[in-house]
Design a binder for this molecule. Structure first.
Ligand code: P53
Length: 492
């Protein structure tokens, strides 16, 4: 095993999935606060009150949940919202960070909730209570020599910006986001070095592609304009961040799915290449190379998209390239132009089933070789440091009579992926960090479930909101501690 001696080991969470305290200390609402729980076969719902005062709900998340004209997002008494309490990280962060330190973390990825800093997104002054909270969290990390890795946006635009400005299709959001960045960069410049501008930025259009060509041209228009505005916002943030502290390392963050052609039919090979372009390279190229890829025009034409792009935007993109490329990796997907084969039916996992792989209970392919493939391919393309900032297995856990949790399936998953990273490093990839997803159990983003658990630390909380919220280390906790102590040498 050959991890560099300063390799950063740790775990990752996101504010809206972990903190809870959704309406405390002046925090504004975000989309997940009006989103119910779901399962692998039933969607989460976004809830609202329509223009006649009648409550209603619509399936889907984020941009995909269209509430009726004149309706307002609303929290309804009749529904349960898992993110409202989540796992109460807001009140328990000291206990949690202590456990992370016990595992030996040198890095901890979390996100700042924009709506704690600017409750409406367009407020003239930041909310002091929000600033104080994250200062205290970062100081707690520093106490244990843990580097915070901070996602500035993790699917949580203040809801008021959605309602009053129409969300990210509106260019005004660029300025609100940059102002938010300016405040947090200045506030935490001595506490935080590593920043990520937008979590899984590529999901917006990649998920439109995933659902079998059902998305309309209007949805693509909104999706691509959203991405463009976020690219400009990200590039401006990078430039500003480097001015505020030249030591900042600022990265992009891509939902990294490895795509394979399902057959050697040249049509499948081409379809797969186009999938990498639309799903993975589109965002990575703009953020790491500072310009749109040559295939971008084709993608816009396919969906009759006309983007609002200014000369100044192009200049910003060029001057605001990221210092590192970061990504999540859970699975691979197969791409084919043929119909009739066995299909995967998971949440956010579709396409032809790969006969060489096994699948999780949520339909996600277990594919460590796919991680090696992704690392080598992406490093060769950009030649900047890489971080794997999410990787893990969502699984059902059983608590034994004596309270222990034997999650050998999770250990197997991580062991295989750590080996894959090690091989990629041997093959020349400059990989600098690994933060496993949901190092402590948190609410699933896709399904809103608690029982889809990723953590090395168990949280006593179920899908209906019952539980003590007590924390218990799983077997994986002790295993990961050993891995970190040996810098990746001892993974058995
Ligand atoms: P959950 C879909 C596919 C790949 C990654 O996901 C995804 C999603 C969205 O569900 O999201 C990332 O909780 C995301 C995290 C999320 C994690 O993967 O659905 O950055 O917020 O929790 C795992 O199992």
């Amino acid at each position: 095993m050959t991890f560099p001696k300063d390799f950063l080991w740790g775990g990752a969470i996101a504010a809206n999935q972990a903190e809870g305290a959704y309406n405390e200390d002046g925090r504004g609402l975000v989309q997940t606060d009006v989103t119910t729980g779901g399962t692998v076969d039933s969607p989460r719902y976004t809830t609202y009150i329509d223009k006649d005062g009648k409550p209603g709900k619509v399936g889907g998340l984020g941009h995909h949940a269209k509430i009726p004209e004149g309706a307002k997002f609303a929290v309804l008494d009749t529904e349960y919202y898992p993110n409202h309490v989540a796992v109460d990280f807001y009140h328990r962060y000291k206990e949690d960070i202590k456990l992370f330190a016990e595992m030996g973390y040198s890095i901890f990825r979390l996100s700042i909730s924009w709506a704690r800093i600017f409750p409406n997104g367009d407020d003239s002054q930041p909310n002091q209570a929000g600033l104080d909270f994250y200062r205290s969290v970062f100081e707690e990390c520093r106490k244990y020599n843990i580097e915070p890795l901070v996602s500035i946006w993790h699917f949580d635009t203040p809801l008021a910006l959605e309602e009053n400005y129409g969300g990210w299709t509106n260019r005004k959001l660029i300025d609100f986001y940059v102002k938010y960045c300016e405040v947090i960069f200045n506030e935490y410049k001595d506490l935080v070095k590593y920043w990520l501008t937008f979590n899984e930025i590529n999901n917006t259009t990649m998920f439109l592609d995933m659902f079998g060509g059902k998305a309309s041209d209007e949805e693509y228009q909104a999706g691509y304009q959203t991405l463009h505005n976020q690219f400009v916002a990200s590039a401006k943030a990078v430039q500003l961040g480097h001015k505020i502290n030249p030591d900042f390392m600022i990265g992009n963050m891509i939902c990294g799915i490895t795509f394979y052609p399902a057959t050697c039919d040249p049509k499948d090979i081409l379809a797969n290449q186009h999938k990498w372009e639309s799903g993975i390279y589109y965002c990575g190229d703009v953020q790491a190379k500072g310009r749109y890829g040559t295939y971008a025009k084709r993608l816009w034409q396919e969906h009759n998209v006309e983007l609002d792009i200014t000369e100044e935007d192009l200049e910003d993109l060029k001057n605001g390239t990221v210092d590192m490329y970061t990504f999540s990796y859970y699975m691979s997907n197969n791409v084919t132009t043929h119909t009739g084969g066995e299909q995967v039916a998971g949440n956010f996992s579709v396409g032809a089933k790969n006969p060489y792989l096994t699948y999780s209970d949520w339909g996600w392919a277990h594919d460590p070789d796919g991680l090696q493939y992704y690392l080598e391919k992406i490093y060769d393309r950009y030649e900047i440091p890489l971080m794997v900032v999410e990787n893990g297995l969502g699984a059902f856990d059983t608590v034994e009579e004596d309270g222990s949790i034997h999650d050998d399936y999770r250990i197997d998953y991580h062991r295989a992926h750590i080996k894959a990273m090690s091989t990629a490093i041997d093959n020349g990839v400059d990989l600098i960090a690994y933060t496993t997803w949901g190092c402590i159990d948190i609410v699933s983003a896709g399904t809103g479930e608690m029982r889809k658990r990723y953590g090395f630390i168990y949280v006593d909380m179920d899908d209906a909101g019952n539980g003590t919220l007590n924390r218990t280390p799983k077997d994986s906790f002790h295993w990961y501690k050993k891995v970190i102590a040996s810098n990746g040498e001892d993974v058995e």
